[in-house]
Ligand binder design. Structure first.
Ligand code: B12
Ligand code: SF4
Length: 462
């Protein structure tokens, strides 16, 4: 990655920040560092001096630091906070570079908060950008489209990340991020991936991958009584795409003696041998986007050819029997789902003892096909990005009063975390302690959000 001529570029000192939006959920199991920042640190040549601040872990920001520049990453939910930090640094005369998913799709909005914007994947433009800063010729925009496409998944340098970040070693209850692949060939309308990294499905080189697991364990894992194995969060968009490549990776991961969780789409879970291999490799849970138990809703999201709702119960049970937890993600949409549909979903999740279910109100994130469609049709009612945490209704609701709809959504979500449902889930699913602890944390978090909502809208709980 490092170009020989870069060695002569003067050493820079810079700060990379992962901002945390006000409504970014507390219950999300956040991995030990933000992957965008992990990548940037890993591909930075050695003469530069990097600090990392991650607000999800409460790291303070030193606005008076003597930095050549500050780089800030962005997801929609954290973008407003990112802008606030950027403005503060710029008032003090420090250069700010904004990058990441949100700004990539909101150039006009973001440019007033930055000296430079980076759109798209940064791997092939980062060195040029560092050189331009060092030579005082920074441009206002670096767009990945103007550079070679990122055809490889580059290895993370865990030693370097550990040195730059403030994270200590963790036990097996906190996750260390890594990725095996990037991209996903599907085109679900609510997902950013197809319009960002999706089309190119890329994979780590097996040798590199193994080395990374070993180094990550060495620098970030502290074996103690609770777990002799570290937990890795595979930050792949979708590991369940190519059976051949998947099997190769799983054979290798098996040798690394770890536990892991990963996003996985349904079709490959039909293959019993794949499920067996996942479990043998240390996979504790797959997060599956079921999205809806209604096939017509899946079709509306362009996911009908990926998911077949009638197979859900069988697949969940087969995975469970094989020792694999299936975490389910479900989307609720006021245009497509009625109150009765929500009741059906609560029953479905209860009956099938779905592990750690996630309910989300459909949210048209910038960069999704859905966003462009809804925007064009005037269906988006709120573009306060802080509310884009999938717990708020930000699109129009014609059939139901929006407040009543959101309240019904929240009470349904809380119901799937009733003590009875939790007890059943713990009894039925593998990894009982994990099931119990995470379920209680979800229950508490949803309750808090429901209480706040009811208070704000003067609703009395039944
Ligand atoms: C792993 C993952 C998670 C994990 C870990 C998240 C984390 N904190 O790291 C968990 C499960 C916790 C999670 C939670 C959520 N997630 Co998530 N997640 C992902 C996933 C699958 C991969 C993210 C990743 O690690 N990518 C790898 C890194 C390297 O990619 P990257 O961030 O894009 O960075 C590259 C470029 O953007 C650029 N870049 C980025 N920042 C910067 C900064 C500078 C200065 C520069 C120069 C360049 C640069 O360079 C990087 C290298 O090329 C993505 C899918 C996707 N397509 O990204 C969804 C995704 C990011 N998640 C999404 C959402 C909605 C959420 C939640 C809000 C869900 C919820 N309701 O709770 C929460 C938000 C929590 C949070 N603040 O992150 C959306 C975000 C949409 C948006 N526009 O913001 C995505 C895109 C999925 C989707 N639906 O389309 N998520
Ligand atoms: S399968 Fe998952 S990652 Fe792929 S496009 Fe659909 S939601 Fe996005």
């Amino acid at each position: 990655m490092s170009k020989p001529e870069h060695q002569h570029i003067k050493a820079l000192k810079f700060l990379l920040i992962a901002p945390k939006g006000k409504k970014d959920s507390k219950s999300n199991q956040k991995p030990l560092f933000n992957m965008a920042i992990g990548v940037l640190v890993s591909i930075t040549p050695p003469q530069h001096n990097i600090e990392i601040v991650d607000e999800h872990f409460g790291d303070p920001i030193n606005y008076d630091g003597d930095y050549d520049f500050v780089g800030i990453t962005s997801r929609t939910i954290d973008a407003t906070r990112g802008y606030e930090i950027a403005d503060t640094f710029r008032k003090k005369g420090t250069k700010v570079i904004l990058g990441g998913l949100h700004v990539s799709f909101n150039i006009e909005e973001a440019k007033v908060h930055a000296d430079t914007l980076v759109c798209g994947e940064a791997e092939n433009l980062w060195l040029t950008l560092l050189e331009d800063i060092a030579l005082n010729r920074l441009k206002p925009l670096y767009d990945s489209k103007d550079f070679a496409p990122v055809k490889e998944v580059l290895a993370l340098d865990y030693e370097k990340i550990a040195k730059a970040s403030k994270r200590e070693k963790v036990d097996g209850t906190k996750s260390i991020p890594i990725y095996v692949t990037r991209g996903c060939p599907y085109e679900c309308s609510f997902c950013v991936t197809p319009n960002f990294t999706g089309k190119l499905y890329r994979m780590q080189k097996p040798d590199e991958l193994k080395k990374q697991f070993e180094t990550a364990k060495k620098v970030f894992f502290n074996a103690n009584g609770k777990s002799s194995k570290p937990w890795f969060m595979l930050c792949d968009e979708n590991l369940g795409v190519s059976k051949k490549k998947l099997w190769e990776s799983l054979d290798l991961i098996k040798e690394c003696n770890i536990n892991f969780s990963v996003f996985f789409s349904l079709p490959l879970l039909e293959d019993k041998e794949t499920v067996k291999k996942l479990v043998e490799a240390g996979c504790i849970m797959v997060l599956v986007g079921f999205e809806s138990i209604k096939q017509s809703t899946l079709e509306a999201y362009n996911k009908g050819h990926v998911n077949s709702a009638e197979k859900y119960s069988r697949l969940i049970e087969e995975c469970r029997q094989a020792g694999l937890n299936v975490q389910g993600n479900f989307l609720i949409n006021p245009e497509l789902d009625s109150f009765e549909n929500m009741d059906d979903l609560v029953r479905f999740v209860g009956k099938n003892n779905v592990f750690m279910p996630i309910f989300q109100i459909i949210t048209p994130y910038p960069g999704t096909t859905m966003y462009w469609e809804y925007k064009k049709n005037g269906w988006i009612t709120d573009e306060n990005w802080e509310k884009y945490n999938a717990m708020n209704l930000v699109i129009r609701s014609d059939r139901y009063d929006p407040i009543k709809f959101q309240h019904k959504f929240m009470t349904s979500y809380y119901k799937v975390y009733s003590l009875k449902n939790i007890a059943n889930r713990v009894r039925r699913n593998p990894y009982k302690l994990l099931n119990l602890v995470t379920s209680l944390a979800f229950r508490k978090n949803i309750r808090e959000q429901l209480d706040t909502f009811e208070k704000e809208h003067n609703i009395r709980s039944k």
